[in-house]
Write a protein that binds this ligand. Structure first.
Ligand code: SF4
Length: 197
């Protein structure tokens, strides 16, 4: 469900309001819309807010957010230079997986965010975001690190930072994949500049 098209992220956020379109609206503490540069070349998409995000209203805080900050810093980026959002804007209690009906009701907002940000690189964090964006049932272990061109963006699936907090091998793979993300964003930017001449 998209509920229409919007001129800006602010107008979309205003439209979502105090959303109760699905039952998660009754149990969340704070709706987590998304954050970052509305014109970013790189957009990161996760699954749903967790406990720390529900409390703060910000995406990717807590331990997974700290690792995400380290990953961004490793390629010279800050949160303010990318855009971060989740498929679901409200926390499923107990951090359970999103239900298909919840995704159906909420994902239009993410689609609209992607349309407005128009990222060059769309990074899907973990299984749920990757399956949703690519419309596949394949798992993240199979898909990670393999770029897929989707419309104007290149999608790059990577492990979810939460899965890598205590897994050294996944951490190393994530740092490697963030170098690929930076190269893809730089490459597409360079390509556009060359095309302009
Ligand atoms: S998860 Fe999405 S659809 Fe459900 S209440 Fe929150 S914003 Fe609305």
């Amino acid at each position: 469900m998209t509920d229409g098209f919007f001129e800006t992220l602010e107008s979309l956020r205003h439209h979502i309001g105090d959303c109760r379109r699905c039952a998660l609206g009754d149990t969340r503490l704070k709706l987590v819309f998304g954050a970052g540069d509305p014109g970013a070349d790189i957009m990161l998409v996760g699954e749903a807010p967790g406990r720390a995000e529900d409390l703060s209203g910000e995406p990717f805080v807590g331990a997974a957010g700290k690792l995400l900050d380290e990953l961004l810093a490793s390629v010279g980026l800050t949160r303010g230079q990318v855009y971060i959002a989740n498929i679901l804007k409200c926390r499923p209690r107990g951090n359970r997986d999103p239900l298909p009906a919840e995704i159906d009701l909420c994902a239009g907002f993410l689609r609209e965010q992607v349309r407005l940000v128009r990222p060059k690189v769309l990074v899907t964090l973990g299984n749920h975001a990757t399956r949703f964006i690519l419309g596949t049932q394949a798992g993240i272990t199979e898909l990670r690190g393999k770029p897929v061109v989707l419309g104007e963006a290149t999608v790059l699936p990577v492990f979810h930072p939460a899965a890598a907090i205590y897994d050294r091998s996944k951490r190393e793979v994530l740092f490697e994949d963030f170098r690929a993300i930076a190269a893809l964003a730089g490459g597409t930017a360079r390509q556009s500049a060359e095309e302009a001449h």
